[in-house]
Design a protein around this ligand. Structure first.
Ligand SMILES: *[C@@H]1O[C@H](CO)[C@@H](O)[C@H](O)[C@H]1NC(C)=O
Ligand SMILES: *[C@@H]1O[C@H](CO)[C@@H](O)[C@H](O)[C@H]1NC(C)=O
Length: 406
């Protein structure tokens, strides 16, 4: 509580007053940046600290004081495709991050993106550093969020989303292959391509999320970065991006959450990443896999509703901005910045989406999919397949402000 008040003061100070050396920033940096066994200086300017796996930020969490680290998921989660659907060629989409060219982390450590003093002072709201803003319900009665039980609740007023959603089962895993782009984003906004898995009532739900994001308010540039996100109270007081609060337990050495993805699509030269979220019956931990690599997990003890299963799985994009649902609309783009009508030419997509429920042995194509766009003229959607034997593609995104979205 004391620290929280400190940050409130800090964020007032940061509107122009010199805060360097402030006690609050020092305390925050100390909490986020654990002592490094080795430090890797990436040519793109990022600093990656290799931190002892037992000394990472997660273990500061009061619920994780006696947490027994799980080094790998149990067998069930590992077999995540029906054997006949496993395509060796398509699973060989290699994805890498730029910092890997400058070195690797030693055994027993995990790569964590260092937070700098500039990151915190630059953030538009330092007391909220690393977090999505809480849902502030839109007053427009036409705007609803679909709930797991099929009912609707008001949509948040500062986010615009375009997604395909499945509800009506108890999901324990999901995946998709998503194309990676670098849409342009206004300074205080962010844009994502992501998977969401959620459970819980209207304003108090659990959510685990992962994909890529462009978030210049949080990072020091507009590059496309890998992210994970969690909350256990509908974004109100818990959770954060990546390892920017205690929660996520990193296990793998191949990826640093928050670091840029090396290969980003340009025109018809396109790149995809495979993202998987899945709950392990041991500890009810929610694992994140990228490509074939296990990144780590959100421990089951963080959650109330997700300890059993998710009741909603969503694939698509999110734009956060104070200037959505408004005129003039933000120019922040979603996906590639192109709308669905460009199809695979230049529109962003998710494909090979799969879910696994508590009775499935493997991942399956979801039974019911519903398309949704908050502002169709700004960020559109299209679930499409070329012929009945082909797999579905979910095209989404757009330019934000344009003649139809003034
Ligand atoms: C920071 O953001 C939070 C959540 O949106 C809000 O409650 C708080 O008032 C903001 N603080 C400042 C100083 O803007
Ligand atoms: C899992 O999905 C199958 C259909 O694929 C359905 O028949 C079954 O009832 C579902 N199980 C649960 C627990 O929802």
């Amino acid at each position: 509580m004391k620290i929280f008040l400190g940050f409130v003061i800090l964020s007032v100070l940061s509107n122009g007053i010199h805060v360097e050396g402030s006690v609050e920033i020092d305390a925050m940096l100390k909490r986020l940046n654990k002592p490094a066994v080795k430090t890797i200086y990436s040519e793109d300017g990022d600093i990656i600290d290799c931190v002892d796996i037992y000394k990472q930020p997660a273990f500061d969490h009061p619920l994780l004081k006696n947490h027994k680290i799980q080094m790998k998921p149990s067998v069930m989660l590992a077999s995540d495709e029906e054997p006949e659907n496993r395509k060796p060629s398509s699973s060989k989409m290699t994805v890498s991050q730029t910092w890997r060219e400058a070195g690797d982390c030693p055994e027993g450590t995990v790569p964590i993106l260092r937070v700098t003093r500039e990151d915190i002072t630059r953030a538009s709201n330092a007391s909220w550093f690393g977090r999505k803003a809480p849902y502030m319900a839109s007053k427009n009665p036409d705007n609803f969020r679909l709930l797991a039980d099929g009912t609707r609740t008001p949509r948040p007023k500062d986010r615009s989303e375009a997604f395909v959603v499945t509800v009506g089962s108890n999901y324990i895993a999901s995946k998709s292959d998503m194309s990676v782009w670098n849409p342009s984003v206004e300074a205080s906004d962010f844009t994502t391509s992501q998977i969401w898995m959620q459970n819980g009532p209207g304003d108090d739900f659990d959510s685990v999320e992962a994909g890529w994001a462009v978030n210049p308010d949080l990072f020091r540039d507009s590059r496309t970065r890998l992210f994970g996100y969690w909350t256990s109270d509908g974004y109100k007081t818990t959770g954060c991006f990546n390892l920017l609060c205690s929660g996520f337990v990193q296990i793998g050495k191949a990826f640093a959450l928050g670091a840029p993805i090396k290969d980003v699509s340009v025109g018809d030269k396109q790149f995809q990443i495979t993202v998987r979220l899945g709950k392990d019956s041991i500890g009810n931990n929610w694992w994140l896999k990228v490509g074939d690599e296990r990144v780590g997990y959100w421990p089951g003890s963080l959650f109330t509703y997700l300890t059993h299963s998710a009741t909603l799985v969503q694939w698509g994009g999110q734009v956060y901005s104070p200037n959505v649902r408004k005129t003039p609309h933000t120019k922040t783009q979603m996906g590639s910045g192109a709308d669905w009508s460009r199809f695979w030419d230049t529109a962003a997509f998710h494909t090979n989406f799969r879910v696994q429920n508590t009775t499935h042995l493997f991942m399956k194509y979801p039974e019911d999919l519903t398309e949704f766009a908050d502002e169709y003229d700004c960020y559109s959607t299209k679930l499409y397949r070329e012929d009945p034997d082909a797999g579905f593609y979910f095209y989404f995104g757009g330019s934000g402000q344009n003649p139809r979205c003034p």
